[in-house]
Write a protein that binds this ligand. Structure first.
Ligand code: SF4
Length: 321
């Protein structure tokens, strides 16, 4: 290679080396100073459109400034707000079907379906009803009615139960399930009735709630059915389910459901209404497949899990289908 050419190449390579070194130096100094590199790059067509939206957008004017701590709503092409919907348009709020006329109609139809409905547990006294109700927890009334005749023949009075040790009661009630807890509750309740209430089941809610194993549901069954005292409504699994399906409550908690029902059902109907709804839950408004085609409440029921469209059951009944 001629001497001149060699010198030119060496000079070019030297410039390249100097440029690389300068770049490295800049990067190092940036890292040291903590400064962020922001590439000076023009917006391209592939970038999101919000980058290119002019600040004088009409929607920005209508919406005004976004409050601090809140994200701006996304916008559609024409600048309208697109907040995410949580409900379909026209969707009903749960628990809004408590218009007095609608409630009257529900009561009327239940009266037609279950006239004179009462408790299905066989009993001859408030004490026997209390025992049967304690046994009916997580168990069918049919099963309880199979167990209690022999149980009350063996232990005819509350004093007989109070004198027992719970373990002795367990074999007699085993088939109703949860028999250890139930035996403790029954013997505990018997002892409290004997020691605190002279052997008679009390007649007030406050006193009933002092008995072991007795909560509002059991107390309402005994006070309503055995004594005819309307102290509240019985809320069991059927009342929970049917009450929600009929839009009479939006709650799941039995105590809150009872409070909701007490507000909309007339007091003189509390006892009967509870039993009517319990019967309805057993016979037609089952948990899995409600028999809506046979239900008189169909035309005023808007339950999401109905097996017919509202009002069609009446039509199919008329058509003899
Ligand atoms: S129409 Fe169906 S879901 Fe509604 S109350 Fe009757 S059985 Fe239950």
């Amino acid at each position: 290679m001629p001497a001149e050419e060699h010198a030119r190449d060496a000079g070019h390579a030297g410039r390249l080396i100097i440029a690389t070194t300068t770049k490295k130096k800049r990067t190092t100094s940036n890292k040291r100073s903590g400064a962020r590199r922001t590439p000076a790059r023009a917006a391209t067509a592939s970038e999101p459109s919000r980058r290119r939206r002019p600040p004088s957008s009409p929607s920005a004017h209508v919406r005004g400034p976004v409050p601090r701590g809140r994200k701006a709503a996304p916008e559609s092409e024409n600048g309208e707000q697109r907040w995410k919907r949580t409900k379909a348009p026209g969707a009903r709020e749960k628990g809004t079907g408590t218009h007095p006329e609608r409630v009257r109609e529900i009561i009327h139809r239940l009266d037609t379906l279950y006239p004179g409905a009462t408790c299905a547990l066989v009993h001859r006294s408030p004490w026997e009803l209390l025992v049967a109700t304690i046994l009916s927890a997580q168990c069918t009334d049919v099963r309880v009615n199979m167990v209690t005749p022999e149980l009350f023949r063996k232990y005819p009075t509350v004093h007989d139960f109070a004198a027992l040790r719970p373990e002795l009661l367990e074999p007699d009630i085993r088939s109703t399930g949860f028999f250890r807890n139930k035996a403790k509750s029954i013997v505990g309740a018997a002892r409290k009735v004997v020691s605190g209430f002279r052997g008679s089941v009390p007649e007030t809610m406050n006193e009933m709630l002092q008995l072991p194993g007795v909560a509002r549901k059991t107390a309402n069954v005994v006070l309503g059915t055995a004594y005819g005292h309307a102290t509240g409504l019985v809320v069991d699994t059927h009342v929970q389910r049917v009450g929600r399906r009929l839009d009479l409550t939006a709650h799941e908690d039995p105590v809150k459901i009872e409070q909701d029902l007490m507000k909309v059902i007339p007091k003189e109907k509390w006892i009967e209404f509870s039993h009517q709804v319990i019967w309805h839950g057993r016979k037609l408004c089952a948990a899995r497949k409600p028999l809506c085609a046979d239900c008189l409440l169909d035309s005023i029921c808007y339950a999401a899990d109905k097996t017919t469209a509202p009002g069609t059951a009446m039509l199919s009944r008329r058509a003899g289908r």
